[in-house]
Write a protein of this length. Structure first.
Length: 178
């Protein structure tokens, strides 16, 4: 059985009251739908247009939480140094066990007040999605290594020079007089 529930706790929308699920039979599940213009995940992550579903299912061992969320955050392109919208998507499943005995590897236990705060987990999984070298778009032209112009916006007079800063560095080394 599936009931859709719209999240209304706007102070911390990722804190879900799941108490009503404990007394349901095994297999019963409920979907929490998210569609938030913005949310701050303490201490350091600001997300916009957080959307998706969290499905909570009653199992014999505990409550199984399946989270599928996407959002947008600000990032800086390593090539052209401009800010751009980085799209993030997380998809993870965690068990909040009823007791220590049925605990899964992640060691999560359903709290006594039957509220599950997903914000630390969502933050953690979102941060894992961050690329090591974020780029604003695959064909970003970067900055001119000579004058520093953003080559996505303007064309400078150094067109014949290599645009890859590493090549430029190599070239300047090779050009260096003995
Ligand atoms: Zn860029
Ligand atoms: Zn230039």
């Amino acid at each position: 059985m599936l009931i859709v529930y719209n999240v209304t706790n706007f102070r911390n929308p990722l804190r879900l009251n799941v108490g009503f699920l404990i007394n349901q039979s095994v297999g019963y599940s409920r979907d929490f739908l998210f569609d938030l213009p913005e949310i701050h995940l303490s201490p350091d992550l600001d997300l916009r247009t957080l959307a998706g579903t969290v499905r909570v299912t009653r199992t014999a061992q505990g409550l199984l939480v399946q989270t599928r969320l996407r959002a947008v955050t600000n990032s800086e392109c390593v090539r052209c140094l401009s800010e751009f919208n980085l799209h993030l998507e997380v998809d993870f499943t965690e068990l909040y066990a009823f007791s220590r005995k049925s605990m899964a590897e992640s060691g999560l236990i359903l709290p006594d007040d039957a509220h599950i705060d997903l914000s630390p987990l969502v933050r953690e999984y979102m941060l894992l999605e961050f690329p090591i070298q974020p780029i604003c778009r695959p064909d970003c032209l970067g900055l001119c290594p000579i004058c520093g112009e953003n080559l996505n916006i303007t064309q400078c007079s150094h067109d014949d020079e290599p645009t890859d800063p590493r090549l430029a560095m190599l070239k300047s080394l090779l050009d260096e007089p003995e």
